[in-house]
Design a protein around this ligand. Structure first.
Ligand SMILES: *Cc1c(COP(=O)(O)O)cnc(C)c1O
Length: 226
């Protein structure tokens, strides 16, 4: 069932668009089932669950002599939880404040690592206070050399949670335009090319607005039991 859902969604993705399977609240067995169906990128939004699953899957991959999972962190990250997330993260998609960016930067410096991030644009009216404004994003990128251990890979956004497609369209139009603007403003940032938009209910709209990463949970794993 998970494997059928993965093939279904992958068949809809243009070349160069990646699927992140959002496994939050689902057991390791579901992740392993997806892995065996060829899925390699997984996303989690809570630091402790992220760390536990990353460690368990790394063990599992060692035992089975298979290639490791790419873990994407997609939730709000408090600076006192960095050490649970950064050692395992292939990409931190949800950098939603300058304070968090500074903390990631100094962690990366002392660990002598490079951390890849997406900047999260505050999109959507009601559901979240998290995210950067367009001006903050431009300002960060104008000073990207202040963060030598951070690799800026693109933007992430969550559309307004509504059944009104025109509202979702407007949100994705805005982030797509910002992506175009900042790419033109900062051509020296050659890694800045990912646009992570689209979830189970709106990924088809996201694909029409330049998504390069979609983040799908429910449509792969079924409803979450909170
Ligand atoms: C949970 C979550 C998703 C996946 O949502 P679904 O509607 O289950 O596909 C995607 N992105 C973020 C940031 C999430 O927290």
């Amino acid at each position: 069932m998970i494997s059928a859902a993965i093939s279904q969604i992958k068949s809809e993705l243009p070349q160069g668009v990646n699927l992140v399977a959002v496994s939050k609240f689902h057991p390791l067995s579901a992740i392993q089932e997806a892995y065996l169906a060829g899925q390699r990128m997984f996303g989690e939004n809570r630091p402790q669950e992220f760390a536990q699953k990353a460690q368990a899957m790394s063990q599992w991959c060692l035992e089975n002599h298979c290639e490791p999972v790419q873990w994407h962190f997609i939730g709000h990250l408090q600076t006192n939880k960095l050490k649970m997330v950064l050692p395992y993260a292939h990409l931190v998609q949800s950098v939603d404040s300058i304070h968090l960016l500074e903390a990631i930067s100094s962690w990366a410096k002392s660990a002598e690592k490079e951390i890849s991030v997406l900047l999260e644009l505050h999109l959507g009216a009601e559901q979240t206070k998290h995210g950067l404004s367009e001006d903050e994003i431009k300002d960060i990128l104008a000073h990207s050399d202040h963060y030598p251990n951070v690799r800026f890979c693109g933007l992430m956004g969550m559309a307004t949670n509504t059944a009104d497609e025109s509202v979702v369209e407007a949100d994705f139009t805005r982030i797509e335009a910002l992506m175009g603007n900042v790419s033109a403003m900062f051509p020296q940032l050659t890694d800045f090319r990912e646009l992570s938009i689209g979830m189970s209910e709106d990924y088809r709209i996201a694909l029409r607005h330049g998504a390069t990463i979609i983040r799908i949970g429910t449509k792969l794993f079924g409803p979450r039991e909170y």
